[in-house]
Every structure is written in structure tokens, then in C-alpha cells.
Design a protein around this ligand. Structure first.
Ligand code: 5RP
Length: 268
């Protein structure tokens, strides 16, 4: 098998295992993430549907146009997040989704994640935030001790096209701020670079900026190793014009990684 096929097989094993553990007939509302690994989750959902193992009233909440396509092609019913009632009106929990299964670009030892390689992290975060459980699926290349050490394309940051250059400049001056604001751990910075770099994501062959499903641009912000994901997420979010940051701190409950030898690791 070619190495590309081995990686695809690893993603597929992780996706199938996560769906098998979390999706049964008791699940009424399911969040569907975006990216190439989630395609395999959809494949497994089609099989379970054929076997009559899904809730007949199952609603699936998409996180992108791609994800909506997957839902429709799988013969499942798509629902908009804001049209759903909360699952438990008697409690303080505002979740309207039982479980969301999504991919990731890198996941650290505490299940903090970088997402947005496909530019869908705004809706992915909205859906994750409204879910009782966020379950991540990936091949083992994404399994990391510290964010920023394996994913080398930077933190995806969705920004307003109105001021992307100004936002870029501000993000590139973040290092001194990360210390001055005291957001980082007392003795160190939240990330390793002294000079972060923010690059406007371009379409193939420099055919202009990538435009997200929401009509915005993406800056990929390289900060080196991320020692304090929550601090970095907050620091970037504070910049006016930043719409969403592709750091998901403390959101995931579980991550499944497929290994090249066919085995699967689940971390919780
Ligand atoms: C899209 C995402 C994806 O889930 C992430 O990029 C992983 O994608 P893939 O499964 O193709 O590796 O966050 O915004």
C-alpha cells in the first residue's frame, strides 16, 4: 500500500471507531465536522443507517458547505444550529447537540486542538460549543505533546477582510503583549516565537485570498510552540476584526488517532 493510502486507512479506522462508540439510536442530534477524515465518519453513518442502527429522527448539524454535502449525500437530515432546542431545558446546560465528531490539525496532550486547516473553524467552534461532547478524529501524525510542534502552517485565524493588513500587523506584534498582559504563565511566554508571522491564506496559484464560507479571510499565524493554548486563543481573540481563532482550548472530550500499522489510540 502507498504511504498516502496508509494514512487514509489510518483516518478511516479512527473515524469508524469514534462513530461506533458514540453514535447509536439514542443520539438525536449529531454535529458533523469538516475535512477529509470526517468523510470516513459519514461513510460509517451510511452503513449504520442501512443496518437500521441510527435514530430514525436523527438530525445532523453541518459545520461547512462540505459537511452539509456529506450529510445530504448520506441521506441524513441536516439542521441549522440555531433552529434546534436545547436538549435539557430543565438544566443550565445550553447544549443542543448530543455529540459532534470532527477532524483536527493537531491535538496536544490535554486535548487542546488546532483546527481550521480547511478554513471552517468558525462554524466548527460554534457547533462544538453547543455540543455535550466533542470527539476528534485524525491520523496519528496529528497526535502531539505541545501544539505548534507538529502542525507547521500556523494557527488559522478568520478575520474581517475590511482590515486584514491591520490585524496582521497587530498579530505580528503579539509576543511582547503575551508577556505584558500576564495572560501567559508567570515565568514564560504563552508561545515560543519572538516574532510571530501572519500570512494571508491564498487560493492555489496565488489566485487571490481564500474566502471562507462566511465571506471572510484567513490569516495563518505562526507563533512556534504553544505553551498556553488558552492564553494564545484569548490574546488573538482580543484583536478587533478577529472573527474566530483555530485554537480549541479545553473543548474536546476525546480524540481518536489511527496509526499506520492499523491500530487505533483513543485519548480522553
Ligand atoms: C477544517 C478542519 C479540519 O477538521 C482539519 O483541518 C482536519 O482536516 P483533515 O481531516 O482533512 O486532516 O478543522 O476547518
Amino acid at each position: 500500500m502507498s504511504s498516502a493510502n496508509i494514512i487514509e486507512q489510518a483516518k478511516r479506522s479512527a473515524a469508524f471507531a469514534a462513530v461506533d462508540k458514540h453514535v447509536d439510536s439514542t443520539v438525536r442530534v449529531l454535529g458533523i465536522g469538516s475535512g477529509s477524515t470526517v468523510v470516513y465518519a459519514a461513510e460509517r453513518l451510511v452503513q449504520l443507517k442501512k443496518e437500521g442502527k441510527l435514530n430514525p429522527d436523527l438530525l445532523c448539524v453541518p459545520t461547512s458547505f462540505q459537511s452539509k454535502q456529506l450529510i445530504v449525500e448520506a441521506g441524513l437530515r441536516a439542521a441549522d444550529l440555531d433552529d434546534l432546542p436545547v436538549l435539557d431545558p430543565e438544566s443550565a446546560d445550553f447544549s443542543s447537540i448530543d455529540v459532534t465528531i470532527d477532524g483536527a490539525d493537531e491535538v496536544d496532550a490535554k486535548l487542546n486542538a488546532i483546527k481550521g486547516g480547511g478554513g471552517a473553524h468558525l462554524r466548527e467552534k460554534l457547533v462544538a460549543n453547543a455540543s455535550r461532547k466533542l470527539v476528534l478524529i485524525a491520523d496519528s501524525r496529528k497526535d502531539s505533546e505541545t501544539l505548534g510542534t507538529k502542525w507547521d502552517k500556523g494557527i488559522p485565524v478568520e478575520v474581517s477582510p475590511l482590515a486584514w493588513r491591520t490585524i496582521k500587523r497587530q498579530l505580528e506584534r503579539m509576543a511582547p503583549l503575551s508577556r505584558a498582559h500576564g495572560l501567559a504563565k508567570a515565568e514564560s511566554a504563552a508561545f515560543s516565537f519572538d516574532h510571530p508571522q501572519a500570512v494571508l491564506r491564498q487560493a492555489v496559484r496565488k489566485a487571490g485570498p481564500v474566502v471562507t464560507d462566511n465571506g471572510n479571510f484567513i490569516l495563518d499565524v505562526s507563533v512556534g510552540s504553544i505553551y498556553d493554548p488558552l492564553a494564545v486563543e484569548q490574546l488573538i481573540k482580543m484583536v478587533p476584526g478577529v472573527i474566530e481563532v483555530g485554537i480549541f482550548s479545553g473543548m474536546a472530550k476525546e480524540a481518536w488517532f489511527g496509526n499506520e500499522d492499523g491500530s487505533i489510540v483513543c485519548r480522553e
